[in-house]
Design a protein around this ligand. Structure first.
Ligand SMILES: Nc1ncnc2c1ncn2[C@@H]1O[C@H](COP(=O)(O)OP(=O)(O)OP(=O)(O)O)[C@@H](O)[C@H]1O
Length: 251
């Protein structure tokens, strides 16, 4: 079995002297979200067109809540959200096809017993008829050099392999935005690095929520949330050290 994740993915990388094309726009206008009777996002306004965006903040600062608004898992109490042209309120049912979401725990995403069944389900979710989806699952895995996983029981995969399967299952639905909510928390360093490299090579706009601050190397923008408000926003070289000092002072 290959010991590394594939590098030959559907990738479009700009040459070093070419401007990086902007991703389609995500816009939040005066967004407020209440959970359990508490305001957890407070009048947030953001425009996000960068292709690689990090989201940081201490526990409970509102990161997961914010990204869940972008794929319709949560609905804002106030304000307006548009994601790649879709109004999150009016087009909530269309968001899952546009926004691929990777959870911290792969077991919260994977529902079928075998790898091929999981991929077939994703293809079906993307609109493919069931019989065709069942046939296309192995070719889809082959595009990620994982055709040999098709009949493997999901429970026999390692945590890193399961997380990789989750990413494949989302990518076969061809979303234009990929959100990863603390996807590396339970992974060892080599596995984390492989998945980071995989994500770095993707075409899609990516929003990564992570506590591992070195994960944002090469990112264009990092947004720091604190108590439901934006406390920092800019290049990782500015925002990450400011957040690190703040977080260390709390320890
Ligand atoms: N299901 C829920 N019901 C009620 N309140 C919730 C729920 N989930 C989260 N919250 C609250 O919303 C606030 C923001 O939580 P959120 O999970 O968005 O933070 P986070 O920044 O992602 O935290 P972490 O780094 O711990 O994952 C917290 O005060 C939390 O207690």
């Amino acid at each position: 079995m290959p010991s590394t994740f594939p590098v030959s993915l559907p990738v479009t990388l700009a040459a070093p002297d070419m401007p990086v094309p902007h991703a389609p726009l995500i816009r939040l206008e005066n967004v407020t979200l209440t959970r359990g009777g508490r305001v957890v996002l407070d009048d947030i306004s953001l425009e996000i067109a960068e292709r690689r965006v990090g989201l940081i903040g201490t526990n409970g600062s509102g990161k997961s809540s914010l990204v869940r608004l972008l794929n319709g898992l949560l609905a804002a109490d106030k304000g307006r959200i548009t994601v790649h042209g879709l109004d999150a309120h009016e087009k909530a049912s269309e968001l899952p096809r546009t926004v691929g979401f990777i959870f911290q725990n792969p077991d919260h995403q994977i529902i079928f017993p075998t790898v091929a069944e999981e991929i077939a389900f994703s293809l079906e979710q993307a609109g493919m008829p069931r019989r065709q989806a069942a046939k296309e699952a192995v070719p889809a895995l082959a595009r990620f050099e994982r055709a040999h996983w098709a009949e493997r029981p999901v429970h026999a995969l390692s945590e890193g392999e399961k997380q990789f399967l989750c990413i494949i299952a989302v990518l076969v639905m061809t979303p234009s935005l990929l959100i990863l909510d603390e996807p590396f928390s339970s992974l060892d360093l080599p596995t984390r690095r492989r998945l980071e490299a995989l994500v770095a090579g993707l075409d899609q706009q990516v929003i990564l929520v992570a506590h591992e601050l070195d994960a944002f190397a090469g990112y264009e923008r990092v947004i720091w949330l604190h108590e439901g408000r934006v406390r920092g926003d800019g290049p990782p070289g500015e925002v990450v050290p400011a957040y690190r000092s703040f977080a260390e002072a709390l320890a």
